[in-house]
Design a protein around this ligand. Structure first.
Ligand SMILES: [Zn+2]
Length: 285
């Protein structure tokens, strides 16, 4: 990277015209998007090896079919430490976390995927396991994992990478405007405590935190929610939409709540009719 971030920010803040500012900002964006640190996803595998002497046993064969479970992962860290790689990494990670439906790495989901491996080690440690029972246990876990995955997928928002880039530039523009120079923050403090690297790290942290903040607000906007210091939010249990937690009992969004209530009312009516029908029949008999 030819320029430190603190230099860019100083140039921007000291720029004499809006056009000059705009050019600095545009150049900054160009560096970010042409950065080598691209967003990458990859297939990962939960793998374990069945001891040779156990491979021929019935239980060993069940484990064998589950000894490689694949899932989608992603590159979440950068080895480079320049501002461009680090801010780009943050931008990549935010996209993966909020928009990429293929990458689901929530703890409870991953725990379920690790079930065969965990059971295998318990078996090796001496726990008795019947092949049929084992098959049923693993099937249950994998089914549960699939259901969980589908619900985490629903919780992700929809946005193409191209549109995300435009959105990010909007965020970055606001960050450029709101960012203050270190001098303003550290009024009166001796300048020498900051090395150039530290100074850059200060701005990188500011950018990453601010991107996170803007993304949070975008999420609320996406779901048509109001923002506010004291507002709390939860996911609808059915469709995973983000909703405001106006009371402790709220579990569904408006649409799902209507659906659930209608279904419950229908069911009550059905049972009621059935009862009446039986009564009538009894009277006739
Ligand atoms: Zn819902």
């Amino acid at each position: 990277m030819e320029q430190y971030l603190y230099e860019i920010m100083e140039d921007y803040k000291n720029a004499e015209s809006d056009t000059e500012k705009e050019n600095i900002f545009k150049e900054f964006c160009t560096s970010l998007w042409s950065c080598e640190n691209k967003r990458r996803t990859c297939t990962k595998t939960i793998r374990f090896y069945i001891r040779k002497d156990l491979q021929i046993t019935e239980t060993g064969q069940v484990f064998n079919t589950w000894s490689e479970i694949e899932y989608k992962g992603y590159k979440s860290m950068s080895k480079e430490t320049d501002w461009c790689s680090l801010i780009r990494q943050k931008i990549n990670n935010l996209y993966t976390r909020h928009f990429d439906k293929e990458v689901i790495l929530n703890r409870d989901y991953m725990d379920l995927l690790h079930t065969p491996k965990r059971l295998y080690h318990q078996w090796i440690d001496g726990m008795e396991m019947d092949a049929d029972e084992l098959t049923a246990m693993i099937d249950d876990a994998i089914n549960e994992a699939e259901i969980l995955k589908a619900s985490y997928q629903k919780a992700k928002m929809q946005l193409s990478w191209a549109d995300y880039k435009m959105l990010t530039e909007k965020f970055l523009d606001r960050i450029f405007q709101s960012c203050k120079l270190i001098d303003t923050f550290e009024n009166g403090a001796p300048e020498t405590i900051y090395s150039f690297i530290n100074e850059d790290n200060f701005y990188i942290r500011y950018f990453c935190k601010s991107l996170e903040y803007h993304m949070k607000n975008y999420t609320k906007e996406y779901y048509g929610l109001k923002r506010g210091r004291n507002r709390q939010y939860v996911r609808c249990r059915l469709c995973q939409k983000l909703i405001e937690k106006t009371n402790n009992r709220i579990i569904y969004c408006k649409d799902c709540s209507t659906k659930v209530h209608n279904a419950a009312a229908k069911e009550r009516m059905r049972r009621h009719r059935q009862k009446c029908y039986h009564l009538e029949n009894r009277q006739e008999a």
